[in-house]
Write a protein that binds this ligand. Structure first.
Ligand code: BDR
Ligand code: CA
Length: 329
């Protein structure tokens, strides 16, 4: 089988690191490059974290640094509370606890490429047909599509982690990635190519526990140890910011959001409820700012070719992760 050639746009980040590991180690995927955006942490940290993961894996994959701020969101005073610090501290001072400033890996000795991530995306998609996986705020992707909308013809498939149809995590209506750059998310969702979205509905339907983290660690390789520790640490942080509904540490759970986008490319059956729907992102600056909106009117013609994943198969996902980390995939 031909390998799926992909470019991965990340804001590393715990679950972004898991996505990088899966893309790098799966024999079904050729990871051509990684582009970094602002998001879970400020851009210098997401680039640094990405380089740490790439170096730990010992892979020869170029890393590009991209946009440090959303396209337009911060221009309107008051639209986002304390925008320049929102990736670090929420109103209760707790967001910084989700993603540590630096992943627990040695400082990287490798460097990011000179070229800007957006220029790289434009130049590459002008020449080559590839799959684009976007698991951070959509700024880099949207900027590239604005610079040259025709690059969408060469996006074989755009796989996105973002939004939530029936759930949210950044505001009462918006998911984190889409909320951090709503205009960019809407531009990305209007790209003229096949788009598959893994919103929170799917990613939180396949939660991982501390026991799952230990099972992954038991594979015994360095990437497996690291992946398993990320799961365990993520579970504890979720509990710490009270996203878990239990006091029993054995039952703490976390979503491994971004990893699902890569695993879906390896085994599409991990998405158990995938619906073709017209989807939009609100950027009005009101209560629904950054929310993923799905048109459920059956009499309306479908816009674009967009698929939304509502559920994912936890056991299949876990088996696949262990298979890839064991080198048996
Ligand atoms: C998304 O937001 C980030 O915190 C994660 O890396 C993931 O991409 C989940 O809402
Ligand atoms: Ca991410």
């Amino acid at each position: 089988m031909d390998k799926r050639k992909i470019i991965l746009d990340v804001d590393t980040g715990t679950d972004d690191a898991m996505a990088i590991i899966m893309a790098a180690l799966s024999p079904d995927i050729e990871l051509k490059a990684i582009t970094c955006t602002h998001g879970n942490l400020p851009l210098p940290n997401t680039v640094d974290n990405t380089l740490r993961v790439v170096e730990m894996l010992g892979i020869d994959v170029p890393v590009y640094s991209g946009c440090a701020e959303p396209m337009a969101q911060w221009l309107r005073p008051g639209r986002v509370m304390n925008p320049r610090r929102q990736h670090q501290v929420d109103s209760d001072g707790r967001v910084s606890m989700i993603h540590e400033e630096h992943l627990p890996l040695p400082e990287p000795t490798i460097r990011a490429e000179e070229k800007h991530a957006v220029s790289f995306l434009v130049d590459t998609f002008r020449k080559e047909k590839l799959t684009l996986v976007a698991v951070g705020p959509a700024t880099n992707v949207a900027m590239a599509l604005r610079m040259d909308p025709s690059i969408a013809d060469n996006i074989e498939e755009l796989v996105v982690m973002g939004g939530g149809v029936h759930c949210s995590n950044a505001t009462q209506s918006a998911e984190f990635n889409f909320y951090l750059d709503p205009e960019a998310a809407e531009i990305m969702m209007r790209a003229n190519c096949k788009i598959t979205v893994f919103p929170l509905d799917a990613t939180t339907s396949a939660l991982f526990s501390i026991k799952d983290g230990e099972d992954i660690k038991a594979v015994g390789t360095e990437p497996a140890e690291f992946f398993g520790d990320l799961v365990i640490d993520f579970c504890r942080r979720m509990e710490a910011i009270r996203l878990s509904n239990t006091d029993d540490p054995n039952q703490f759970e976390c979503a491994i959001h971004d990893a699902l986008c890569i695993l879906y490319l390896i085994d599409p059956k991990i998405a158990t409820d995938l619906r073709r729907q017209s989807a939009f992102v609100d950027f009005s600056g009101g209560y629904a700012d950054g929310a993923l909106l799905v048109d459920t009117r059956s009499y309306m013609e479908l816009m674009g070719e967009t698929y939304i994943a509502y559920k994912a198969d936890k056991q299949r996902i876990k088996d696949l992760i262990i298979e890839i980390l064991s080198g048996n995939a």
